[in-house]
Write a protein that binds this ligand. Structure first.
Ligand code: PLP
Length: 345
């Protein structure tokens, strides 16, 4: 199977599994798992933050941050394409009883001016704006990323207004691989960052929330309330440490393959458009929901899995399980599809 539905589908490599097997573990709810502590410290250091908290999912790290920075009725500024708004089960309302101000950015990326214009004045009629959350890269934006400097401007606006700035960094290493920014310098512009280990980095489970000591103390309590306090999680943390050491440098390969996929798709008669491919995500549109289903079915019959993304779009995500041989196989399937187009109607 060539599975391009998501970069979450990867299995641990033999070397990663070996690192997991060797992990020293303890009860992390008692703060006694040395490998979890090492991962948290390593991730925090990497992004120039004071402390970290290892959690079972990126949804949990995002939701903990939202809960930590808001009171019921407060407002969170985020883009309408953001994961926290679209794909976390309404968690902003469910967990934090917070209100949302949706920005209409450029493929999910907004500017400092957008933020400035959407901060509510201090007036009893309005919700208090207490948090800005941005995503980098933007999943629903086709894996696009912010240019260096843009985020610093957003940070300055947040700082001037006493508002926290959270980064949903499910694919932060994909963004940094392209801009070449140093994570420690980059991290300075955020109050908190959710760093995902189970997407492009290829671990089985987990994200680390990084921020100040005070934030992480508070977050530890929230993680417990959310049911995310875990015990011998060091086996999973070991995979994270391994991934930070060995799987960050290779992300550009995923980007290179995604760009080639994007180019190949542009030539297909059933493709009406491809979002610019900037990192490891390729989103393309098709003329109808029916064509979309036909293409997915045809690919499935040829052992290729892709994800429907809305009615008329398909998303492909490259990852460490997708190699050159699979790429050739995919190219071959595409070539044979050209004539006739799968849906002439
Ligand atoms: C996958 C993803 C998350 C959530 O990660 P889970 O570990 O699946 O909960 C958050 N944000 C973005 C942009 C994602 O793609």
């Amino acid at each position: 199977m060539i599975d391009l539905r998501s970069d979450t589908v990867t299995r641990p490599t033999p070397a990663m599994l070996e690192a997991m097997m060797q992990a020293a573990v303890g009860d992390d709810v008692y703060g006694e798992d040395p490998t979890v502590s090492a991962l948290e410290e390593k991730t925090a250091r990497l992004f120039g933050m004071e402390a970290g908290l290892f959690c079972p999912s990126g949804t949990m790290t995002n939701q903990i941050a939202i809960k930590a920075f808001t009171q019921p009725g407060d407002e969170v500024i985020c883009d309408r394409l953001s994961h926290i708004y679209n794909y976390e089960g309404g968690g902003i309302a469910f967990n934090s009883s917070a209100s949302v101000r949706l920005l209409h950015g450029d493929r999910g990326r907004f500017t400092a001016v957008d933020v400035q214009e959407n901060i509510n004045d201090d007036n009893i009629h309005y919700p208090r704006t207490t948090l800005v959350a941005l995503e980098n890269t933007v999943n629903k934006g086709g894996g696009c990323y912010y240019q260096p400097g843009q985020i610093e401007q957003i940070y300055q606006v947040c700082k001037a207004n006493g508002i926290a700035l959270h980064l949903d960094g499910a694919r932060i290493f994909n963004a940094l691989a392209e801009t070449g920014e140093d994570p420690a310098t980059y991290g300075r512009h955020f109050t908190s960052i959710s760093v995902c280990l189970s997407k492009g980095l290829g671990t089985p489970v987990g994200s680390v929330l990084v921020g100040s000591y005070a934030l992480i103390q508070k977050s530890k309590r929230l993680r417990k309330v959310f049911g995310g306090g875990w015990r011998q999680a060091g086996y999973l943390a070991a995979a994270g440490i391994y991934a930070l050491d060995h799987h960050v440098q290779r992300l550009k390969e995923d980007h290179r393959r995604a760009k080639i996929l994007g180019k190949m798709l542009l030539d297909q008669p059933f493709v009406t458009g491809v979002l610019p491919v900037e990192t490891n995500i390729v989103i393309f549109s098709l003329p109808s929901a029916e064509t979309t289903q036909r293409v997915l079915d045809h690919w499935r019959s040829r052992n290729i899995l892709a994800a429907a993304f809305g009615k008329n779009s398909i998303r492909l995500v490259t990852h460490l399980g997708f190699d050159n041989a699979q790429m050739d196989q995919f190219a071959d399937v595409l070539k044979k599809m050209k004539v006739p187009a799968p849906d002439a109607s």
